[in-house]
Design a protein around this ligand. Structure first.
Ligand SMILES: [Mn+2]
Length: 397
């Protein structure tokens, strides 16, 4: 029976600049900037410890088309370490590190096999002279691929395991620019495993055969919460064993707290200190979201008292740091107020799905488009809520 063990990872985004992060204690910034390098070192270590047959890296190895020398050197060093343990790497580039944007030569050690064009190719994996698997894949030449690439995957006639790597997204609606595929289509093609990449949230889309996203390897903002890492896979013709390995040195988390029961300011301070003193194996960046903030509590936030508390808590912290505080007043008063036509119009904007006239100039402007195009529903709701609270506060002042 043919059997292989391998690591399936994707979306390393090596040398991510972490530009969007705010409120991070300045002496922690360097840890964050180094985290994608640390996770690569952890990956190398895990592959060696688990003695895997090979490593699959499914696209977006680098965060940007044009890369830093540090990123190239770190990647090469990781490959060399794997080579010393006879572990091959099968790798592709995708929308972040597409081929035509790269100028650095691809001189990798001999254990590294990479998909060098948008043409789907098969690369064989031999162990002690025996062909155990064919590994399929392609790289992005440009930053987008609008067609369903899965239709171009053709199994060779070899009697061995057939493992397909694909950096793309499911369906046609959401991210059609990234090699969109249909799940049912993949299921029916007879491959033993579909190693996906692109979506940063870990997800098993199908179990027979396994079609899975390992998620990205290091969360890059408060939108990418929880443990991050890779899959350790043992695959034979009859069985797939999938095991998640956490690798990320830094974890982002969110915690909600209702202030209804917190009548005193020092109770909130107490809560913060408990949160930062929790036993943690990793460095955790925690966003507190204070809900149901009562009218008389709003001053705590507006006068900067809570920010000051966070600064103090972070000075005491060892593993858990508070970042990016959010707070929401208990009740939006806009609705209850009799503010005449103005408030009615404001409410109509919030209630409707139509883009208000005044926004149209902004979202059609090339600069504005960048910031307003891709809101998910939850984000849109959060933005609306925040706008409503801001208006409410300003009107009362
Ligand atoms: Mn991608």
């Amino acid at each position: 029976m043919k059997q292989v063990s391998f690591i399936h990872c994707a979306d390393l985004h090596l040398d991510s600049p972490f530009k969007g992060l705010t409120y991070i204690p300045s002496d922690r910034l360097e840890d964050i900037r180094q985290s994608t390098f640390h996770v690569l070192a952890n990956l190398t270590k895990a592959a060696i410890e688990h003695k895997v047959d090979f490593v699959l890296m499914v696209g977006d190895i680098f965060d940007q088309a044009e890369q830093s020398m540090q990123a190239h050197m770190a990647l090469r060093q990781a490959f060399t370490k794997l080579q010393a343990h006879d572990i091959p790497v099968y790798m592709s580039f995708a929308n972040h590190d597409f081929l035509q944007g790269q100028s650095f030569p691809h001189h990798y050690p001999e254990n590294v096999y990479w998909f060098d064009s948008e043409q789907v190719q098969a690369l064989p994996f031999y162990k002690e002279g025996e062909l155990l698997a064919q590994i399929y894949g392609f790289s992005y030449e440009q930053r987008a691929i609008y067609i369903d690439k899965s239709k171009e995957y053709k199994k060779t006639s070899d009697s061995c395991l057939h493992i397909a790597t694909l950096h793309g997204s499911k369906g046609k609606t959401e991210h059609a620019a990234y090699a969109p595929f249909q799940l049912q289509g993949l299921r029916e093609m007879g491959f033993d495993y579909w190693a996906l990449g692109h979506i940063h949230k870990r997800e098993i889309l199908s179990t027979n055969p396994v079609i899975a996203y390992p998620g990205n390897m290091q969360g890059r903002s408060i939108k990418e919460t929880g443990e991050k890492g890779c899959y350790l896979v043992t695959l034979s013709e009859h069985d797939t064993d999938l095991h998640f390995l956490p690798l990320a040195p830094i974890i982002f988390e969110k915690r909600q707290i209702s202030l209804k029961e917190y009548h005193q300011l020092d109770w909130l301070a107490e809560f913060m200190m408990t949160e930062i003193n929790r036993e943690q194996l990793h460095t955790v960046f925690l966003q507190l979201e204070c809900l149901d903030v009562q009218v008389d509590q709003e001053a705590w936030f507006l006068d900067g008292k809570v920010t000051e508390m966070i600064d103090y808590a972070n000075q005491q912290a060892e593993n858990t740091f508070l970042i990016g505080l959010k707070w929401r007043p208990a009740k939006t008063q806009l609705r209850g107020q009799t503010g005449g036509r103005f408030l009615e119009e404001v409410e109509a904007v919030f209630a409707g799905n139509e883009v208000p006239e005044v926004m149209k100039t902004m979202i059609t402007h090339p600069e504005g488009k960048k910031w307003t195009m891709d809101w998910e529903e939850a984000e849109q709701t959060a933005i609306n809520e925040e706008a409503r609270h801001l208006l409410d506060r300003l009107l009362r002042e």
